[in-house]
Design a protein around this ligand. Structure first.
Ligand code: NAD
Length: 317
């Protein structure tokens, strides 16, 4: 990977998610330069102006402007958010055809720029887009991956926190698999600061046990509930993106679930799906192939089969 002179992020898609990612990166002082690209140049320009106004109130200096795909050449990050918000009642899978139509020219332009950084993909259907971009860009899988179930994981931790009364920052729990419809909770490894959930229950007999099928349902449903109310989701995902960027810039070597191309891990190949990854300076430093219960193994396989089922044509290309 190129050694970058500064921390530059190109955000493709300057809509709700793209602009919120830009705002979060700026407020957390994670990058020096943000470039917005959008098929609607008026929208990109307006978002850049608005963000630049916000920059006036920040202590740190960060440049934000509209650009072109040539800007990817020396970018450390490309953040893919092009597409459109999910409509109420629509599933992420329903977005496949429209999304793939725009991803082909976008990926060609990014590749033509000579981009040699790390691409973080957000656009839905998240796992299919991540896999498609990985295949098109010709970069290692450790540098082209999707946010996957990192957002589902944030939703899971909130839920476990409400249930146990322990703050969410002290809960270790992952949602894995497909982002959305068939994600599942890695319940066999859920801990509170290393204390297994079962042990927490033993000393708190009054706390009702979480039922994993119910947890899976609630985690999967959360995005749809937000979309039903406001026609999009933006804040949760922007925190996920800034967490990943921070982990890379600060070489945090933290563990988070990301949608990455599998090559035999967990007995699966030929698609991207979320598994626990170590994230550091080089992007995904390691895919962790951890033990799953028999039921979790089935859920992961079902999740892979679900993606193959609706996105087979893309994955066979
Ligand atoms: P939005 O409609 O607000 O913004 C999308 C932007 O992409 C628009 O400004 C649009 O003009 C632009 N765009 C469309 N086609 C383009 C092209 N060919 N080139 C460049 N730009 C193009 O939508 P949003 O709410 O920001 O959502 C963006 C994507 O992120 C959607 O696919 C959404 O489902 C997804 N999303 C994913 C997660 C996740 O957890 N993975 C969470 C939230 C949203």
């Amino acid at each position: 990977m190129t050694a970058f002179a500064n921390h530059k992020a190109v955000i493709v898609g300057a809509g709700a998610v793209g602009s919120q990612c830009a705002a979060s990166l700026m407020m957390l002082d994670l990058v020096d330069e943000i470039v917005l690209i959008d098929v609607d140049p008026g929208c990109a320009r307006a978002q850049a102006m608005d963000l630049d106004d916000m920059a006036s109130g920040l202590k740190q200096r960060v440049a934000v402007r509209v650009g072109s795909y040539d800007d990817c050449a020396d970018a450390q990050f490309v953040i893919m958010t092009a597409g459109r918000s999910r409509r109420p009642g629509q599933s992420r899978r329903d977005m496949l055809a429209a999304t793939m139509n725009i991803m082909q020219p976008i990926s060609q332009s990014i590749k033509a720029s000579g981009f040699d950084g790390i691409l973080i993909s957000v656009t839905n259907p998240a796992d299919v887009v991540a896999e498609y971009l990985y295949r098109q860009l010709g970069l290692p899988r450790t540098r082209v991956f999707g946010t996957g179930t990192a957002l589902d994981t944030a939703r899971l931790r909130r839920l476990v926190s409400e249930h146990t009364g322990i703050s969410r920052q002290h809960i270790q729990a992952f949602a894995l698999g497909e982002h959305g419809e068939s994600s599942f909770v890695w319940g066999s490894h859920m801990t509170i600061e290393g204390i297994p959930l079962q042990e927490f229950y033993r000393v708190h007999p009054q706390v009702e046990r979480l039922r994993m099928s119910e947890v899976n349902k609630q985690v999967r449903q959360r995005g749809g509930d937000i979309v039903a109310g406001k026609g999009k989701t933006e804040y949760g995902i922007s925190t996920v993106v800034t967490d990943i960027v921070s982990a890379i810039i600060h070489d945090e070597r933290c563990v988070m679930p990301l949608s990455v191309h599998l090559d035999g891990e967990y007995g699966e190949s030929g698609l991207s799906i979320s598994v626990p990854c170590v994230v550091g300076a080089n992007g995904i430093e390691e895919l962790l192939e951890l033990s799953l219960s028999q039921r979790e193994r089935e859920w992961l396989h079902d999740s892979c089969e679900a993606i193959r089922g609706y996105a087979g044509a893309v994955l066979e290309q």
